[in-house]
Design a protein around this ligand. Sequence first.
Ligand SMILES: C[S@@+](CC[C@H](N)C(=O)[O-])C[C@H]1O[C@@H](n2cnc3c(N)ncnc32)[C@H](O)[C@@H]1O
Length: 749
Amino acid sequence: MANGYFGHDNDNADDIRPAFHIGQHDSTRSETLTNTQYGRVLNSGFRFVTTPITNTHFHERIVQLVSDSQQQSGSRVDPIVTPITPGDTTLFPEAYTSGFIGQVLNLEVDYANFCGVRSIIVPGPRQDSTQAGSGRGIAQYARAIQEALLIGTRVNLIIHLPMYREPGLEEKAAPLSISDETPDNLQSSKEIDIFTSWDSWHVIRTVCDYDTRLFVALRIPRVLPSKDLQMRWFSEPLQYLTYCPSTFQTNKGGHPSLGRPHQELIHTYMRLKHAPYFLLCDVGPELQDEPAAEQKIDPESTSQFPTLEDAAAATQPAKTDHKVQGHNAYLAYLRHLERQQEPYTELELNTLTNFQDWLQSPLQPLSDNLESVTYEVFEGDPVKYNQYEIAIEEALKEWSELKKPTSSPDGVVIAVAGSGRGPLVTRALQASETTGVPVKVWAVEKNPNAYVYLLRQNQMVWGGRVTVVKTDMRAWKGPVISPPDAPVAHGKVDILVSELLGSFGDNELSPECLDGIQHVLAPDHGISIPSSYTAHMSPISTPRLFADVKNRREGGDTNAFNTPWVVRLFALDFVAARVPDHGRFQLAWEFEHPLPQATMDTVALRRSGGVVGGGGGSMAGGVGANDHNARQCHLTFVCKSRGVIHGLAGYFEAVLYESQIEEDETGNRPKVELSTLPDMIDQKSKDMVSWFPIFFPLKQPLYFPGDSELEVTMWRQTNDAKVWYEWMVEAFRLVKNMVAVHAQTRYDD
Ligand SMILES: C[S@@+](CC[C@H](N)C(=O)[O-])C[C@H]1O[C@@H](n2cnc3c(N)ncnc32)[C@H](O)[C@@H]1O
């Protein structure tokens, strides 16, 4: 059948794709479904269905109450709503599907909570706070949701909101009172501000203090907004994507379908680890032939609650009902899209999806001794090691071409500083074999357990070609070059290979360790792989991570907001625009190795206490021997759309080796590099997963208006005993001749 989405697909059955959970909602439904009706909906292919908590009887009762109260002129006291009666609802504890609620939230939430309901979809506000005259309404709405979360202690509240307010398409509901009506002149603006609906959500969740039981059901419009709004919603806790028939277009075969932008949006959103469910609204099946449950229970019998048996009997299906449910074209189309989803790659299946937005404390390989299994995880990513091997190969080739001297008569002396279980040692030996340049390899490691492993590797794999040394690299005197029976003499190293990099480059103290071993490097021709590394950052909106960090702090981790977390950032919105001179990702600072001799001489002088007055010693009270590794940056990010940030995403790049011979037509020398920057990783080290980004959280989310500048100041602070980061973000907006300022300051120790 052409374009009917029934066909078999030829995909590989082993491919695993994101699964679509598709439910059904009927906006005209006023009663809980009977078992038969429920079965019918499930039989037509839906996985779940919504039910109202209360019925029209309840709604009419409330409207009447409001109207009576308004007629009592001068009355400023709210009418008292009597409790829900059996006539007000067809939801009983044995029915437990999710549902829409209307007015009088607390009563309904409380009752639903009693019935065992776990998810309640609450219609969102019909106007947004940024629309004139609506601010108070949103505040009240948010306050009501906050209270409902307290009352419904086990339910998730899911606020149904449009992605943006499509002009003329907003639902028109009968207002409860005259004061709820909006004057026409407030609705007639021709300008479309697409962020107003998100603004309302932001107010609601802020009032609810980022409660982790608060979610969004996002109504998808027929015309999608710009990508920045799509990504803003992507970063929010999405529970449902709701689609009405009006969202779909009709294809040539007369069947509902979605255009390319919609397909791309679904593709993006469905890569989330906790992907949203689909809710198809008002697409059938028709269930009118089944008598409504309400008709079987006398709405006036408010004094007598039916027994569970009576209620169950009243909702039994009619025995004569044999109507077969038809094919649902909307559902079939979504199933078709499900089959079109890209299968997960090996990398996504095994690593990336599991780690999405999962906060990890950064490793401290200098102060802690890593376990074998941690090394095994490192070794699972070949990309990093391939890049190192290429860098060593290039260095050896050029060593030979430039006829550089070697520190040993046996060949180029390579020391792998911080060898772990030895993967870089293996790569160094391979590079020597590939290039034919002889090498003498030393493996230096301070972890006593990894040292045992290295000794075994040397016996079993490297054929005794490596000298293994157990020491802190900063205390190593260099390769022993004297014969066993002569007084000990130390030689130099030609190529110092290390991998001490953290997610922000320098955060695992690579600069401090490499400074400490630099004295073994051959002074004139010795090189370091890596030769330099840089830290980069971008301000981000990550409401879920903010809630996670907040919960950790409330759970007793008092340093949760002072910790830079390692995390595979995924559900995030990069709020900064890409504009000339102010990129989305900006360079914070750089480290280079080896350091110039003059710097090393100053460090030595300070350490020996030889610098007195004028420049010696740090403000922190030490001798200042590590002051040269302090850094500071002040960066300006431009934000076109308004939003909120929850922290800074940190990345790094490293130059492993830069050619000393070749130059391209623009005078640049070819480099072997690593990068974790989202816009560079594919070019420099595709598929590398050894490092996830780092997240520097803010203690309070920082809201900024449209056309703002975010100014980020960060420090790498150091005294003689430790290294730490401090960070601060300010938002500026130019208002005629005035400057509006918000500020945040955070630090880590
Ligand atoms: C990130 S791991 C890398 C290990 C290995 N090169 C790899 O790629 O699998 C860093 C290693 O450096 C070692 N290390 C860190 N600081 C050191 C120091 N000051 N002296 C010696 N080893 C050190 C750690 O014990 C750890 O084995």
